[in-house]
Design a protein around this ligand. Structure first.
Ligand code: AMP
Ligand code: MG
Length: 440
């Protein structure tokens, strides 16, 4: 059964698109998915999770004019001529509250102050201790300061009621610090999407089994589950699917109970590459069945279920449902089985879908640039993501391809820390040229 005639959304029998178009198609679908339910967790358990609520400043940040140096709180006008001598009328350390009655600083006076302490009334700057000498209750100041120097005014970072972190943002350590500062000991986050992982291939055995002479251990289910976790999902490893329709189909149906299905292997042109054929037997829409990239050209992206059909049948009808995705629509990726291809295509295409399902706002794919250490010769026609090592400290970064045996070579990939990205029209890139990198 094929639904390729229903709309522009559905790929014809084979639809190979450019990398950019493939990414756009994923982003377009990802924009429509809804995240799971909201749950409330202890702040630290929220690390790496996506916020389902905005974090609001519960008070001004900072809540008082906060000294950023150890020294003396002064009136800047008193230091118009230096050296100047000021009377020391008190001391405020971090945690002290300088009551205006107790500690008001007049002309010619100063107060000892520590980093993190509130500025006393009457002062408008802090002079660093390094530029002063104290004798009895009198301090000599050898440097002038401008009003406003060496403290942060109350509310300068954020005012009470202001949004500090938006919903849809993943909590990293800086987000955790903000939530902690705002008194959020518990935070609302989205449930992690459950992502089914199926590896296919008659040659595969479980990792704790002794492989026969022509068998290999199933590494893809593990690398994928780890990547899923890293992208904010929960990997659900299903059994290895043999290259046989019936069993493959029942595993795919099982996988479609999850929020997203990832298949690895069986998407190439071989006689036993059955994934695409079996998917076509289900209610399926394909957005692409290949991308002009290497590694990873046979990558497949589609959706299954009543929702997929409705969407493929009539895009505008789907839109009139107020943008809400149909309840049973499930997305899937058929990733090529060569382990490096599996990993690269996951990062390029599956990650944004998982991030969307976890409630995250869309993230751009970020490319850095570095100088190429030695020339690269390649063939045109595909956008290449080649494992490479970025090295050199400070401003001396340079990048070099790792020697590899092609997209099955996980040992080479483990030595790499990035991919050099080569546009499809380049045959040769000279040493010294700036090349785009995708970090991994
Ligand atoms: P396929 O995409 O099924 O044609 O597989 C391409 C290559 O990747 C073959 O050499 C497979 O043996 C290998 N491969 C496929 N699946 C896995 C897996 N789960 N773990 C390790 N290697 C795999
Ligand atoms: Mg295979």
């Amino acid at each position: 059964m094929s639904f390729s005639h229903h709309s522009s959304f559905t790929a014809p029998a084979s639809q190979v698109v450019s990398f950019e178009e493939a990414r756009r198609l994923v982003e377009q679908q990802a924009a429509d998915v809804s995240p799971g339910e909201v749950e409330t967790v202890d702040l630290l358990a929220g690390a790496g999770r996506v916020l389902a609520e905005g974090i609001i400043a519960d008070r001004d940040f900072p809540p008082f004019a906060r000294a950023t140096r150890d020294g003396y709180a002064v009136r800047a006008a008193d230091l118009a001529e230096i050296p100047a001598r000021l009377e020391v009328v008190g001391e405020v350390k971090a945690g002290d509250w300088p009551e205006p009655g107790f500690c008001t600083v007049g002309r010619g006076q100063a107060v000892g102050i520590m980093t993190g302490a509130p500025l006393p009334a009457g002062t408008d700057a802090v002079v660093m201790i390094e530029h002063t000498s104290l004798t009895n209750r009198s301090v000599e100041v050898r440097r002038s300061v401008r009003a406003g120097e060496n403290f942060v005014p109350r509310g300068a970072e954020a005012l009470a009621g202001q949004l500090l972190l938006d919903r849809g943002r993943r909590l990293d350590h800086s987000g955790i610090a903000i939530a902690a500062s705002a008194g959020k000991s518990r935070v609302q986050v989205f449930r992690k999407p459950r992502v089914a992982v199926i590896s296919t291939g008659d040659e595969l055995v479980e990792i704790d089994a002794a492989p026969g002479p022509a068998q290999i251990r199933n590494s893809n289910s593990y690398s994928l589950a780890a990547q899923v976790q890293n992208a904010g999902g929960e990997g659900v490893q299903l059994a290895i699917a043999p290259d046989e329709r019936g069993r493959l189909r029942s595993l795919i149906e099982e996988g479609l109970d999850c929020d997203l299905l990832l298949l690895a292997g069986g998407v190439s042109m071989g006689k036993y590459d059955l994934v695409e054929q079996v998917l076509r037997e289900l209610q399926t829409a394909f957005y692409f069945t290949g991308a002009e990239i290497q590694p990873g050209r046979p990558v497949v992206f589609g959706s299954c279920g009543a929702g997929a059909l409705a969407r493929a049948d009539d895009e505008s009808a789907a839109k009139t449902r107020a943008g809400a995705p149909a309840p049973h629509k499930k997305y899937f990726f058929g990733l090529p089985g060569n382990p490096v291809s599996t990993m690269v295509t996951f990062e390029l295409f599956a990650r944004p879908m998982i991030e969307a399902l976890s409630g995250m706002k869309p993230q751009p794919l970020i490319f850095l640039k570095a100088r190429l250490k030695s020339e690269i010769q390649t063939k045109t026609g595909l956008k290449r993501f080649l494992p490479a090592v970025l090295s050199g400290e400070f401003e001396n970064a340079e990048v070099e391809l790792v020697r590899w045996q092609g997209s099955g070579d996980i040992a080479a990939l483990a030595r790499a820390n990035c991919y050099v990205v080569i546009p499809p029209d380049r045959e040769r890139i000279e040493a010294g040229e700036w090349v785009p990198l995708l970090m991994r």
